[in-house]
Design a protein around this ligand. Structure first.
Ligand code: PLP
Length: 450
């Protein structure tokens, strides 16, 4: 155990406890009501109905305590109902719950923005403003980039995911389920190749420079660099399958952007706030984006998102051009301030790295024993395995779904993802105890052993 005894001061017992089938009878009853009330278009990875969650566990209505390898999709990095977050939100709820920052402002919003300006990559002058969701942040970043450059085209990448609104689903690569039947899509969105080491035709070694050259060639020949407002990229892809772009790819793209007056927008919605072992994943290769979109891990589960960018770009937009009724809600701002304190006080970037140091060797050892695991990848506490059919690299989504189901039955909450649906992804809360982390990995060993 490290000096900060993660899991030691938890409210709920940090233990896996499976006392019914999963989902249990009470969850199944609730699922019946849900099916009658909620459309099937809204899915759930695992329909256990939650009553409580803390540290590395999620407790359901049947009294099962599941090990959490999902963090509500990389949101509750500081832990669910983190005491510092909860205390600040409660105190704020007793004072005022909303004024609308565009009607009458409050200090916490400004303080969140000051913090974002300080901690995002680059020591240039910055501005931030707050919205409600990752999609809204990405969409606003694109609006600002178009306004500031007077150009229209936006370049995104294979396997990219940026949200579900009309513009952001257009920016997203994968048809099913995100785009199918929801068109027509937004105009002036172009897709370029991504440096995906495991699936690069000539192998991983030259993947970074080759993919960058191809992307740049497409941009200059097919779109024209002077027509491009922004290149938008996740520094590690989330829904696309936790693809870590090959080394050199991001710096080459960023350099090309700088040389051509194209704004580089980092979508750090999933990778941000210590998840990958740095505060932001761009830091790993020293990338300084012009604009950054953040959300998920920003406020411990309260809905908040932000756009942070170079002051000269952000200040261009006319008064009233940016905003929204709920953006930077005071409860969410208090939560974000608590999250930043937690990250700094408990050194959660270091903690995320430690989680990666535990997970990666164990998963690599598992891959040695099971050829179905074609690739083990990720950084910090954002780790995945890609499953393939024996003897090649054909994706195996069926096996992936089966492994996830068997983990769920044993009380380990894991998520699947990827363009081919063949990636198991692991996003444990950064405050999970090492005992639970290892127990989760034991379950994976067991499931793969059959
Ligand atoms: C989740 C996600 C989004 C969308 O965020 P929402 O809050 O669901 O709108 C955008 N980009 C990335 C990289 C994400 O992981």
């Amino acid at each position: 155990m490290t000096s900060d005894d993660f899991g030691g001061s938890s409210r709920l017992p940090q233990e896996r406890r499976v006392v019914t089938e999963i989902p249990g009878p009470r969850s199944q009853e609730l699922q019946k009501r849900r099916v009658a009330a909620v459309p099937p278009g809204v899915g759930s990875v695992l329909p256990v109905y939650v009553t409580d969650a803390d540290g590395g566990v999620v407790v359901d209505v049947d009294g099962n305590s599941l090990i959490d390898f999902g963090s509500g999709i990389a949101v509750t990095g500081v832990g669910n109902a983190n005491p510092r977050v909860a205390a600040r939100v409660k105190a704020q709820a007793d004072r005022f719950t909303h004024t609308c920052f565009m009607v009458a402002p409050y200090e916490s919003y400004v303080e969140v923005c000051e913090n974002l300006n300080r901690i995002t990559p680059g020591d240039h002058e910055k501005r931030s403003f707050l919205v409600n969701s990752g999609a809204e942040a990405v969409e606003n970043a694109v609006k600002i980039a178009r306004y500031a450059t007077g150009r229209q085209a936006v370049v995104v990448f294979d396997h990219g995911y940026h949200g579900r609104t009309l513009l952001t689903m257009t920016l997203t690569a994968k048809n099913m389920p995100y785009k199918h039947g929801f068109g027509p899509y937004a105009p002036e969105v172009y897709r370029a190749p991504l440096a995906y080491p495991y699936r690069w035709p000539t192998g991983p070694d030259d993947c970074g420079p080759e993919a960058a050259a191809q992307a740049i060639d497409q941009i200059t020949k097919q779109i024209g660099a002077t027509n491009v407002a922004a290149v938008l990229i996740e520094p590690i892809q989330g829904e696309g399958g936790f693809i870590v772009p090959a080394p050199g790819f991001l710096p080459a793209i960023a350099e090309f952007c700088r040389a051509n007056g194209i704004l580089f927008i980092a979508d750090e919605v999933q990778t941000g706030f210590a998840r990958t072992g740095d505060l932001f994943a761009c830091e790993h290769e020293g990338i300084v984006p012009d604009l950054v979109a953040t959300a998920k891990g920003i406020a411990g589960g309260l809905p908040l998102a932000a756009v942070t960018g170079r002051a000269d770009i952000m200040d261009k937009v006319h008064g009233g051009g940016l905003g929204g009724t709920y953006g930077g809600n005071p409860l969410a701002c208090e939560a974000a301030l608590a999250v930043l304190e937690e990250i700094e006080d408990r050194k959660l970037t270091r903690r995320a790295r430690r989680i990666g140091e535990i997970m990666l060797p164990r998963l690599r050892a598992l891959a040695e024993r099971h050829p179905a695991i074609g690739d083990v990848r990720g950084r910090g506490a954002m780790i995945a395995v890609e499953l393939v059919r024996p003897g090649g690299k054909d994706p195996d989504p069926e096996m992936t779904a089966q492994v996830a189901r068997r983990c769920h039955e044993r009380g380990l909450l894991v998520l699947t993802t990827g363009t081919y649906g063949n990636v198991l992804r692991f996003l444990p809360p950064l405050v999970i105890s090492e005992a639970l982390l290892n127990e989760g990995l034991d379950i994976l060993d067991e499931v793969f052993a059959g």
